[in-house]
Design a protein around this ligand. Structure first.
Ligand code: IPM
Ligand code: MN
Length: 354
């Protein structure tokens, strides 16, 4: 039986609550099926930072680096100035473990409400492959004449051929492996005439190795428009870090909201980290009202990344069945509490006929 060491970061706000529900489901999966997990709890996050000043310590890096995967709840604390935890923890971990892909499925599950009129699950079913290490997130820039009238601030988008290439190659391989048919490059070649020209050239170079996959191109502004008007046009979208950040929040909304949206920070040969993408939602903390399905879906994605697609699918199916039973996917409107939703997913696993 395969045994995985999973580092678990509950993090801030509602993060620990939703992670608890995901662990409940993983425990049930472990006791019912032929798979084993050892959970290593890590307390990094805003509370620890406020107490000790520590963001990601050397000891964290060693511990997380020795695990097979990381499950993350949320990072973001109302008492910490914006940017510190995001840069110092979330982006730091993505870079430290070279999690160069941010994989975000945008799938409308049956019975879930979308704000798009007349769209059904067959229309909203695509995946965004977001580059996750560079672009505007590289941290290149600075100030001149800080705080004066002459002040200048720069923040450059860094685009290396090697990082673009590994991202685009991942997107094509993902497309083949998941039996999808078409990849759309989402960029802005009409304005970012250097950076996105490079993306476009690499995209079509890689595409030559995959003659069976249809390729398409959309400027990011138009992609936003089509995601709302004709989401059925998309199958796999590959894009840079900043655009990927923006379009996946739009994606989360059309698939029914943050309550269901999961993402994976993936290093295909290293330690990946899956997370619900909704953030720490501090105002709901401790109220048993937040939707844990996104975090449970993140746990399913984690198993998929570990190569355990059979069990990943079981958890995903249990999430789909549970989503159909909720009044709404939004916090406080589900018709049941956080832990009841977790119990329901767990019971679907318990009663799963192999
Ligand atoms: C996300 C988040 C992060 C990002 C923030 C919190 C740094 O919005 O995972 O999409 O911009 O990548
Ligand atoms: Mn984001």
């Amino acid at each position: 039986m395969k045994k995985y060491n999973i580092s678990v970061i509950g993090g801030d706000g509602t993060g620990p609550e939703v992670v608890d529900e995901a662990l409940k489901v993983l425990e049930q999966t472990k006791s019912k099926f032929d798979i084993d997990f050892n959970f290593i709890m890590n307390d990094l996050g805003g509370d620890r930072y406020l107490k000790s000043g520590d963001l990601v310590t050397e000891a964290d890096v060693v511990e997380l680096g020795n695990s097979d995967s990381i499950l993350l709840g949320a990072i973001g604390h109302p008492d910490v100035k914006p940017g510190i935890l995001e840069q110092g923890i979330l982006l730091k971990l993505r870079k430290e473990f070279d999690q160069y892909i941010n994989l975000r499925p945008v799938v409308l599950y049956p019975g879930v409400e979308t704000p798009l009129a007349n769209k059904t699950p067959k229309d909203i079913d695509f995946v965004v492959v977001r580059e996750n290490t560079e672009g505007l997130y590289a941290g290149a820039g600075g100030y001149i004449h800080y705080g004066t009238d002459k002040e200048v601030a720069t923040q450059e988008s860094i685009n290396t051929r090697s990082a673009i290439q590994r991202c685009i190659e991942y997107a094509f391989e993902y497309t083949v492996k998941n039996n999808r048919k078409k990849i759309t490059l989402c960029a802005k070649t009409n304005v970012l005439t250097y950076a996105h020209d490079l993306w476009e050239r690499v995209f079509y170079e890689v595409a030559e190795k995959y003659p069976d996959i249809e390729t398409d191109y959309g400027h990011v502004d138009a992609v936003c428009m089509w995601m709302v008007k004709n989401p059925e046009w998309f199958d796999v979208i590959v894009t840079d870090n900043m655009f990927g950040d923006i379009i996946t929040d739009l994606g989360a909304m059309i698939q029914g909201g943050m309550g269901i949206a999961a993402g994976g920070n993936i290093n295909p040969k290293g330690v990946s980290m899956c997370e619900p993408i909704g953030g720490s939602a501090p105002k709901y903390t401790g109220k048993n009202v937040i939707n844990p399905l996104a975090c449970i879906a993140a746990a399913s994605m984690m198993l998929d990344v570990l190569g355990e697609d059979k069990y990943a699918n079981k958890i995903e199916n249990a999430v789909i069945k549970t989503a159909q039973k909720l009044d709404s996917l939004s916090a406080g409107k589900m018709g049941m509490g956080t832990s009841e939703v977790g119990d329901m997913v767990k019971d679907f696993i318990l009663n799963d006929e192999e």
